[in-house]
Design a protein. Structure first.
Length: 185
């Protein structure tokens, strides 16, 4: 039960102090579950992030669910998920009650203008980490570059890119296995 509570508190703290959504929380999650608590190995963490990115739903919640389930099963998933979402619910309720009244206030407007660049940095930092942990090299760099170009310049839906990636990966695995079988015989 202590571990379930630790999962709740860990993800509550992450949920309470993360601005910018799921990607902005990656650094905090990695530090908490990989570096401090040693619940998950670094390579497994980045594999988890890859899986979680492909799932429908909120990235932060999926990350909490996966981590909690990996650590302590269903109760761990519930605890981590609740820990991640309760701060957001409370903050949204507070904003709904007070922000509407003060949103036109010049001080509040300046505060939000100041927060925006920080949020960009909070999202960019884990993006760079993901790039490094994906072990991209000069041979594989074409894939992220092509993906960015397809999405940004040609407005291709990420759904199509994910489907194409899955099909391409399966075809490559099948081809590699076939070549391996040929070399053995």
């Amino acid at each position: 039960m202590k571990l379930v509570f630790q999962l709740f508190i860990t993800f509550f703290n992450i949920g309470a102090f993360t601005l910018g959504g799921g990607y902005a929380m990656l650094d905090m999650v990695e530090r908490a579950v990989v570096d401090r608590r040693h619940w998950i190995e670094k390579d497994e963490f980045w594999d988890m992030i890859t899986i979680v990115q492909m799932l429908p739903g909120v990235f932060a919640v999926n990350t909490a669910l996966y981590t909690g389930y990996k650590i302590k099963g269903v109760w761990g998933a519930i605890a981590a998920c609740l820990g991640a979402i309760i701060p957001s619910i409370v903050i949204i309720l507070v904003i709904a009650v007070f922000f509407l009244e003060y949103k036109e206030n010049p001080v509040v407007e300046r505060i939000f203008r100041g927060i925006r660049p920080c949020v960009v940095a909070l999202i960019l930092s884990p993006s760079i980490k993901m790039f490094i942990n994906a072990k991209v090299n000069w041979k594989t760099a074409i894939f992220p570059i092509a993906t960015v170009c397809l999405i940004y310049f040609f407005r291709v839906s990420p759904v199509y890119i994910i489907i194409a990636t899955i099909i391409g990966s399966l075809a490559f695995a099948f081809y590699s296995q076939k070549q391996l079988n040929k070399s053995k015989s």
